[in-house]
Every structure is written in C-alpha cells, then in structure tokens.
Design a protein around this ligand. Structure first.
Ligand SMILES: CC(C)(COP(=O)(O)OP(=O)(O)OC[C@H]1O[C@@H](n2cnc3c(N)ncnc32)[C@H](O)[C@@H]1OP(=O)(O)O)[C@@H](O)C(=O)NCCC(=O)NCCS
Length: 170
C-alpha cells in the first residue's frame, strides 16, 4: 500500500509520540517530553499509510525569516525509502509560501561518536542543508554533555535544495 504526506492535525500527537518512542536510538525520555510539549504549538506534516503513521516532521518560526525544523523521524523499517525527503519537500513548499528565507535544524555534532546520528547528518547534508555552527556541550546535563550541530537550508527563490526522489516515489 502506498503512503502520502498530510498536515499534522489536532489529535495526531499520540501517534507521533508512539512512533518517536520506537526510535529510541535517537530520542530519549527527555527528548520525548520536550516533543510532547512542542506538539501543542508546532505545525508539521505526517507520512501515512492508511491509518498508520510512518513519519513526522514539525517546525516553528524563530522569527519572520527563519524557521526551525524541531522534530523529524521515520519508522526504522521504512527509513531510506524517500519518506524523510518527501516530508522535507512539504516543509520547504510550506515555508516558501509563507515567506521564510531559511530553515535551521539542530542535531548531534560529528564530534560525538554515535553511529545512528551519522545517518541523520548524512540525510540533512544530502538534502541541501549546510553546516551553520557547532554549540559545544549544548545537549545533555552534568558530566554527560555533548556538542550540537546547527545546519541551515537556504529557501530563497531560484534554489532547489531538496531533490526529488532518486527512486520511485510512493
Ligand atoms: C533522518 C531521517 C528522518 C531520514 O528519513 P529517511 O526517510 O530515512 O530518508 P530518505 O529515504 O528520504 O533519504 C533521503 C536521502 O538521505 C540520504 N540517506 C538516507 N538514508 C541513507 C543511508 N542509509 N545511507 C546513506 N545515505 C542515506 C540519501 O542521500 C537519501 O537520498 P537518496 O534516496 O536520493 O539516495 C530518518 O532516517 C530518521 O527518522 N532517523 C532517525 C531519527 C532522526 O535522526 N531524526 C532527526 C533528529 S535530528
């Protein structure tokens, strides 16, 4: 069965949190708590197959020109099949329509030796995001602090940052 992308609607939060909870290599309890709070106010998109949520992406405005991609995830068994890129394309179209010039995303920096986020950084960079800055010891608490990488995607007219699917789409 094929999948499609639609806006996040009221009542979707539990489904998003259920999926995010299954991505425990990437999201810890603290992250899930913050996500639950953000889902009350952030907008976003879902990839769905029938009733099943396969992926999510949320965002918020940082100011009139710059948006922040706050959370994103694709079910592990469905990763690497173009869903993340489709969610990103929906976001780029939405932000352009609403006059934003750039979108930022924060993730775990290259300095952190943790394999799951190698894939994540590769995804953002392959989608046109460029490294913007590293904030040392931004994430975590106490002795367990680690660096944040902030990437940025230019949305201004004439640029086509997020390529189409290289494989057959949904
Ligand atoms: C990062 C994530 C959202 C990407 O979604 P996805 O559906 O797996 O990504 P796509 O299939 O759309 O991949 C898009 C591009 O990313 C790159 N990519 C994806 N998976 C890759 C892999 N295993 N190896 C190398 N490159 C890969 C490719 O360039 C791919 O483009 P292509 O299909 O044209 O080759 C998803 O993997 C995920 O949920 N990861 C865990 C949660 C996470 O990291 N969230 C972000 C927190 S900051």
């Amino acid at each position: 069965m094929t999948w499609s992308v639609r806006r996040i609607e009221e009542g979707d939060a539990p489904l998003v949190l259920l999926l995010a909870g299954s991505l425990d290599k990437w999201f810890n309890a603290e992250g899930l708590q913050k996500m639950a709070k953000d889902l009350l106010t952030h907008e976003g998109f879902l990839a769905v197959r029938g009733e099943r949520v396969l992926g999510f992406l949320t965002w918020e405005a940082l100011d009139e020109e710059v948006a922040n991609l706050s959370w994103m995830g694709v079910a592990e068994a469905e990763q690497d099949s173009g869903i993340g890129r489709a969610l990103l394309r929906a976001l780029v179209a939405e932000l352009r329509t609403r006059g934003f010039q750039a979108v930022e995303v924060s993730t775990v920096a290259d300095s952190v030796d943790y394999e799951p986020y190698v894939h994540t950084r590769r995804f953002y960079r392959a989608s046109g995001f460029v490294d913007h800055r590293v904030d040392a010891k931004f994430f975590g608490s106490g002795d367990d602090r680690y660096d944040r990488l902030v990437l940025s995607l230019d949305l201004r007219a004439g640029r086509e940052p997020v390529g189409g699917p290289s494989r057959p789409g949904p």
